[in-house]
Design a protein around this ligand. Sequence first.
Ligand code: PLP
Length: 359
Amino acid sequence: MVDLMEHAGANPGRGTYGMAMAASRTVFEARRDCAALLGVKDPRDLFFVSGCTEACNLMLKGLLQPGDRVVVSSMEHNAVTRPLHVLSGRGVRVDFVTADTAGLVDAEAFERAVAEAPTRAIVCQHASNVTGTIQPIGDLADIAHAAGALMLVDGAQGAGHLDVDVAALDVDAYACSGHKALLGPQGIGVLYLRSGLDAMQLVEGGTGASGADEPGQPLDRPERYEAGTPNTPGIAGLGAAARYQSAHGAGIRATERRLTVRLREALSAMDDVVLLGPAPHDESVPVVSFTSPRAEPDRIAFELDRRFGIAVRSGLHCAPWAHRTIGTLDTGALRIGIGHGTTDADIDALLAGLDEVLA
Ligand code: PLP
């Protein structure tokens, strides 16, 4: 990112002078490398957006029309539920399928819901940001396609934490943030849209391409969905992150997995800790949440930060529907995120801190 800003701080896709061409090359390479990481066959089907929130808005508002019906999991983040709320006011019917108390959705329940009425799309997260539960996206995609519906995925907690291959999952859209497990900077994300899907763009404006004879937004990909000057430094950072992930992702995921099992096991053995989500050895992404009758999540988070310098998050994690599903809407939960760079010593420090805070 620094290199780009020092040597290629020009607008990509516009001028043909050296700096602009270098910026364009950075964007081209980042798109190519993000596509390779996520199993996207044609990089032009991957668009740079500001984050998963914008990607979810584009995927939902771009594809759903008044009169459409969507079937949605009850574990979704506000990045999905709030655009759907707006769409429901515009005549889109939104039907929720409730997950179990570990946050896992039941593919058969989706199958039954889809059979009840014509359905335009199933919408589901790849993994929960509250419980770490991994959802059966491949099965849901089969159910959606058998009913002639689309499979739309919020991949904010999938990409990076899981080895994502959108072609193998056979999904129609996959939204993600750059700054979470992909290890990119904030303010950048990507949306994959299957080739040929005619989603309406959210924003119109300059793209650097075909200007004179077209009053409307060009329909070419990726230009259609990338109006205006892009976040080129963010794209450069996400491109570098994608290359790093392609080289080191398997090792990162193995360490995250080992530390997650270790933490879940330790928490489930503690008195007065109610572990949420999957059992210690079940597959999950490295998000671990719990409640305790000894202290409110806010208090635990505050004490861990002030006394031990440990950063964990309390509250509803922008996903009240998920908390309603798992029975923690009133209390929220304490959530620990394990990521690249988390070590056994960090888990030791967390457990020691918790011993004191919950004493
Ligand atoms: N979806 C899920 C499951 C998330 O965890 C998040 C962020 O926490 C989002 C969507 C929104 O991502 P962003 O804040 O990058 O737009």
